[in-house]
Design a protein around this ligand. Structure first.
Ligand SMILES: [Zn+2]
Length: 363
């Protein structure tokens, strides 16, 4: 990993500045990609933009910027996009500051701006090294999401393809799955989720999956897998409920798609569980129906007053071992377990000593 500080005059950075719909935003004689795929659109307000220009005119320092050098010798701008574009647009004559455009300045003033040196860290290294470094410097700069950072590293044809499916407003993933996914396509939440699921299937991390497939000619595998996940959900849980949004469907798919569930049976259980006051986490119903673990449901527990009533009723005697205990030594227990239809009600509450309670739950 190599990081070097360079002082590059505005003249060179803005040389060959182009902002076009087809070719993106380019500078530094065509060698600098000012708005790489992972960067946000230019969102500076006029005031911030003008402050950058005033700073340059006065010769005051701007914060350092970060570029990443690619294998082919070109650069991608990692941090400093908005400042760079402000300066380039000003030099390009796109706007005025203090009622003066670049062309209205004297030769000396123009030269002073063109000779102003930008402090730029240029980084070269392996993908993994760059990603680690991005994560660190991103703390201070504009917040990129973890997936935006990964996209910055694993730039490729494969990623471009994947973004067509997962990363645009109205993209195919949005069309089939927005009801099931949290976040938004443009902040890379959909892409991240899809890769996280398929990585979980393969038992690897998101970065590993991206590194492994970076040079694939297309992302068919990811897109077909993702569609399988969503189709599976729609087949086994055909009635949509808002609690289904944001669940880890791909992880469930990886584990349970080989099991044959009956959608009608599942639906009648969902109807029942949705109405069960003891189920405090309704979104957990789906995973519960797949693996049977009650922990997904956050079942209601007995209140202090229910426990106290049961303790007084029992006169402090544990009904299993018949010994007397202080209330602090006892635990509230469902006489009829929830799984057998027992509810979290005063009538179904008994106090057991810790030992007996442990033995009962282990049965
Ligand atoms: Zn006992």
């Amino acid at each position: 990993m190599k990081i070097e500080l360079h002082e590059i005059p505005v003249r060179e950075v803005t040389n060959g500045y182009i902002d076009s719909a087809d070719n993106g935003v380019v500078g530094y004689g065509g060698k600098l990609n000012i708005r790489p795929a992972f960067q946000r659109e230019f969102i500076y307000k006029d005031k911030q933009r003008n402050e950058v220009i005033n700073t340059v005119i006065k010769g005051f320092p701007l914060n350092v910027m970060y570029w990443v050098k690619s294998d082919n010798g070109s650069y991608e701008l990692l941090d400093g996009q908005q400042r760079t574009i402000s300066i380039a647009q000003y030099v390009n004559g796109d706007f005025s500051v203090n009622h003066l455009g670049f062309d209205n300045l004297t030769d000396t003033e123009r030269e002073q701006i063109l000779n102003y040196k930008l402090m730029i860290y240029i980084c070269e290294g392996t993908d993994k090294e760059k990603l680690d470094w991005f994560k660190i410097i991103n703390i201070a700069g504009e917040q990129l999401t973890p997936q935006e950072l990964r996209n910055a590293i694993y730039t490729s044809e494969w990623l471009t393809e994947a973004k067509k499916y997962f990363s645009k407003n109205g993209c195919p993933a949005h069309a089939i799955a927005s009801d099931y996914l949290k976040g938004t396509a443009i902040r890379q939440d959909y892409l991240e989720t899809a890769i996280r699921w398929i990585s979980a299937r393969d038992g690897i991390e998101i970065e590993d999956y991206m590194a492994k497939h970076q040079h694939d000619p297309n992302c068919n595998e990811l897109w077909l897998y993702f569609q399988n996940v969503i189709n599976w959900v729609k087949v086994i849980f055909p009635k949509y409920r808002k609690e289904m949004k944001g669940l880890d469907w791909g992880v469930y798919y990886n584990k349970y798609s080989q099991t044959n569930y009956d959608p009608k049976t599942l639906e009648s259980k969902i109807v029942e569980l949705m109405q069960d006051d003891d189920v405090t986490k309704k979104s957990g119903i789906y995973e519960y129906l797949l693996d049977g673990a009650e922990k997904h449901l956050n079942l209601r527990t007995f209140t202090q007053s229910m426990a106290r009533s049961a303790y007084e009723r029992q006169k402090g005697i544990c009904p299993i071992c018949s010994q007397h205990f202080e209330i602090t030594e006892m635990q509230a227990d469902h006489i009829t377990p929830w799984s057998k239809g027992g509810k979290t009600t005063p009538e179904n509450c008994q106090m057991l000593c810790a030992d007996c309670n442990r033995r009962k739950s282990n049965i």
